[in-house]
Design a protein around this ligand. Structure first.
Ligand code: PXP
Length: 239
């Protein structure tokens, strides 16, 4: 199956915010990512708005023509944003307010009632709901029970160990999660620290894989290869 590439543009907002103006222009970058072949745009507005601002999300909704995926911790302000915007996909992450970046998935059993109520609320507006989990088959079963449509598997540990570990052993829990999720009728997304070195192997071994969302490495690669060429290379890894 073809795996979709959603480009996370948080880093573009970080660069813009460094000077307080509108350079680079976030909306233009989102449009260009789509023009260069991205299948979606991902943003992760955090409570302190240090990269994506809540106002950016409203602006992006007006111009994104592929799929808008909004990631975040579901506090009331975030949920109201989602209800106002109706993105195609929302990815629920368990981040505390000031974490540098998402570094683990939900323990769904521990937050079951909380997540179930939120998913019920979000389903009313017709948004696809994905839950961010570690590569653990138990969490896949819980994701199904709690009412999610998809899982997003946290790939940070895979990426960190990719150069040194036994690759087949490393990938096994991710592949197992995908098989189990598919059996249960859940879609499978993945993300965090995926890059041009590890993405093709991940794609080959994890089947099915509906979508990857990639930001940090892709933006860094774009400094050297340019955005169009970089997106083309990431799409090639997914073939
Ligand atoms: N998925 C989630 C839930 C994230 O929080 C992030 C980072 O914002 C990503 C994917 C993308 O990770 P990276 O920027 O390392 O590609």
């Amino acid at each position: 199956m073809r795996t979709k590439l959603s480009v996370n543009i948080n880093k573009i907002a970080t660069l813009r915010n460094a000077r307080g103006g509108n350079l680079p222009n976030l909306l233009q970058v989102a449009k260009d990512c789509e023009k260069f072949g991205a299948d979606g745009i991902t943003v992760h507005p955090r409570p302190d708005e240090r990269h994506i601002r809540f106002s950016d999300v409203y602006d992006l909704k007006k111009i994104v023509t592929t799929e808008l995926n909004i990631e975040g911790y579901p506090n009331e302000k975030f949920l109201q944003l989602i209800e106002a915007i109706h993105p195609e996909q929302i990815t629920l992450v368990p981040d505390a307010d000031h974490v540098l970046t998402s570094s683990e998935g939900w323990n769904i059993e521990e937050h079951f009632d909380f997540l179930q109520a939120i998913i019920f609320r979000l389903k009313k507006i017709g948004t696809r709901v994905s839950v961010f989990i570690n590569p653990d088959v138990k969490q896949v079963l819980s994701a199904k029970k709690v009412g999610a449509d998809r899982i997003e598997i946290y790939t940070g540990d895979f990426a960190n160990q990719f150069q040194t570990a036994d690759k087949m052993q490393l990938i096994k829990p991710y592949a197992d999660c995908a098989v189990e999720a598919h059996r249960l009728g859940l879609g499978i997304n993945a993300g965090h620290d995926l890059n041009l070195e590890n993405l093709h192997f991940f794609k080959q071994q994890v089947e099915p894989l509906h979508e990857v969302s990639i930001g940090h490495a892709l933006v860094c690669d774009a400094l050297y290869f340019g955005l169009q060429n970089t997106i083309r290379q990431y799409l090639q890894c997914l073939q």
